[in-house]
Design a protein around this ligand. Structure first.
Ligand code: G4P
Length: 551
């Protein structure tokens, strides 16, 4: 397959071997990229596998999970990873389906939830929000949802585990509309739930899809029987009460939901909703088919020189993630680049906007699960892993042609804080070096106290694991043993007006003043209530922002 597309490209190649505008446009328009956001246990791993199964990338589900366990058995994984039995690393999964090239950005979840989870969303064009039908919306989903909102990503909702006792579909949709202020459009509608979840009504084609349970955990595709709504046979096949309920609900849906507005889906103002069971493969194939139709292709990216279109002929991209120690034996590090425009070609020379350095990208990697294959070309929406990560910082723009700079990736609002101490003064140099390198990689944020006189750095993170990784790597890579002292704050706010705004207010109670790595003022609070209190008492402080872009 790959050979064929290369031949096609060379035929269409313009002058100097560059890709022709038509071929570039075609490559962009067949790309779809998305990340799955969910709360732990909602079924993200299962859905990912099933999408790969129906996408034709794997032939039997269980492969990704199995590979994970096999990986833990080999010795070349970070000790910490093995101790905790979790995956710190994450990857972009790439597969072809229905003529599309699909990139699934695998957001680290679970215990390893951290800033990388947020950053991955900076590289995504679409988000799939996975909800457990029995539990409804859960807290971690909300945080990730807010990042999607900020980025105006189209959000597709997959309501999973319909084969278990579930909340009413209308109740679930209501939660999304009320709690997230996000109107929904059900694309399919469940017929029954729990043991009696027998299928879905697929609205775009007025079809009933009846599922049959297949192999255990649905390692192979489920068999589906499709009948048009109105087929008299349906009344015999579907239990009487479920049939009449469906009849009523279809009428209700037609009344309640306004016609589908694709523009609103694309701007993230309406979420298409799908019901199913990833474990049993119910509704997964329909979801994939429909997602490919409704999702957006890679779009424009704002830069200092205006918007960059994906068809802009020069290559541009940004680093959204740096990953260390994927293979401890080789001290391997990878920088992940989201391609924004043009054609990426292996070996090409690019410039880094931050320092003007030129670099030949000789060893790019495309990721599929943990197997790496070399990538020859890439286009907007693709993710390329690069092997010279020491050259890069999070948020770096890389480009060919005239210089352009994409805004950096925001430092996400940390919720956990602790002092990191170096108890051994003779290790001072290594301590500072290690801390700076880990900071550059974006492993953690670092703040410094302003009002306490204490000089130890304050590590700030969104997930506990980030601290453990920093401590582990300080020891393993820089030979510095460190001590952590937790602080009892849980909210950080950047003072948008800077130090002058703070001076206006004078002494503030119930919070601590610190500065970020660029010397900008940040306030640490115990809770949101204290933030509101400050804003109420001292409106002259101006805006307090939960996120800050690098200056
Ligand atoms: P996560 O990555 O979001 O944490 O979730 P994961 O896919 O690991 O799924 C969490 C648990 O939920 C798993 O059960 C999985 O089998 C189950 N699950 C996923 N989708 C469905 C579904 O549609 N219906 C039902 N009933 N269960 C589902 P487990 O017991 O933790 O693991 P396993 O032994 O079943 O693999």
């Amino acid at each position: 397959e790959e050979d064929e597309s290369n031949v096609e490209l060379s035929e269409e190649a313009g002058e100097n071997g560059a890709i022709s505008p038509a071929a570039l446009q075609r490559e962009v328009s067949r790309r779809r990229n998305f990340a799955i956001i969910s709360h732990p246990d909602a079924g993200k791993t299962t859905l990912t596998e099933k999408l790969l199964l129906y996408g034709g990338a794997i032939h039997e589900a269980g492969a990704v999970k199995a590979r994970r366990s096999a990986r833990h058995a080999t010795s070349d994984w970070m000790d910490l990873e093995k101790q905790r039995g979790i995956s710190i690393t994450s990857t972009a999964l790439v597969f072809e389906n229905r003529g599309f090239q699909i990139t699934l950005l695998d957001t680290p979840g679970h215990q390893d939830f951290g800033e990388d989870t947020y950053r991955t969303l900076a590289a995504a064009d679409n988000a799939v929000m996975l909800v457990d039908a029995g539990k409804g919306l859960e807290p971690q989903t909300r945080k990730l949802f807010e990042v999607c909102r900020m980025r105006k990503l189209p959000i597709f909702t997959f309501i999973n585990k319909m084969d278990r006792p579930a909340l009413e579909p209308l109740e679930l949709m209501d939660q999304i509309e009320k709690e997230f202020n996000l109107p929904t459009y059900p694309v399919n509608w469940p017929i029954g739930s729990g043991d009696r979840f027998v299928g879905v009504y697929y609205r775009p084609r007025n079809e009933v899809h009846l599922f049959e349970k297949g192999t255990k955990h649905g390692s192979q595709g489920a068999s589906v029987r499709i009948l048009p709504w109105g087929d008299p046979a349906l009344e015999d096949i579907i239990a009487n009460d479920l049939f009449h309920q469906l009849q009523e609900e279809i009428e209700l849906l037609e009344e309640l939901t306004p016609p589908l507005d694709m523009a609103k889906i694309h701007s993230g103002d309406i979420s298409p909703v799908y019901f199913g069971s990833a474990m049993n493969n119910f509704g997964v194939e329909l979801f994939l088919e429909n997602f490919l139709e409704y999702s957006v292709q890679p779009g424009n990216h704002v830069s200092d020189l205006g918007e960059v279109e994906p068809e802009y002929p020069n290559f541009t991209g940004f680093v959204f993630k740096l990953q260390a120690n994927m293979d401890a034996k080789h001290r391997d590090k990878v920088a992940f680049v989201r391609v924004c425009s043009g054609q990426f070609v292996k070996g090409m020379k690019v410039q880094i906007a931050r320092n003007g350095k030129t670099l030949a990208l000789t060893r790019p990697q495309k990721m599929f699960a943990q197997d790496r294959t070399t990538m020859e070309t890439a286009y907007a929406g693709d993710v390329v892993g690069l092997n010279n990560p020491n050259a890069f910082c999070i948020g770096d723009t890389i480009y060919t042609g005239p210089k352009r700079v994409f805004p950096g990736i925001p430092s996400f609002s940390p919720e956990l804080f602790c002092y990191m101490r170096n108890p051994n003064p003779s290790k001072y140099k290594q301590f500072v070096k290690g801390l700076n390198e880990l900071l550059g990689e974006g492993a953690v944020q670092v703040l410094y106290s302003v009002d306490s006189g204490r000089t130890d750095p304050i590590l700030a993170a969104v997930g506990q694991l980030q601290f453990e990784v920093v401590q582990y790597r300080m020891q393993a890579e820089y030979n510095v043993e460190t001590q952590l002292e937790p602080l009892s704050f849980s909210v950080a706010r950047w003072v948008t007006g800077g130090w002058p705004a703070l001076e206006k207010v004078g002494r503030i109670f119930n919070c601590s003043t610190v500065k970020d790595q660029w010397g900008r003022p940040v306030l640490l609070f115990r809770n949101d209530w204290n933030v509101s209190q400050l804003l109420g008492d001292h409106p002259e402080i101006g805006e307090l922002a939960p996120y800050a872009l690098p200056p």
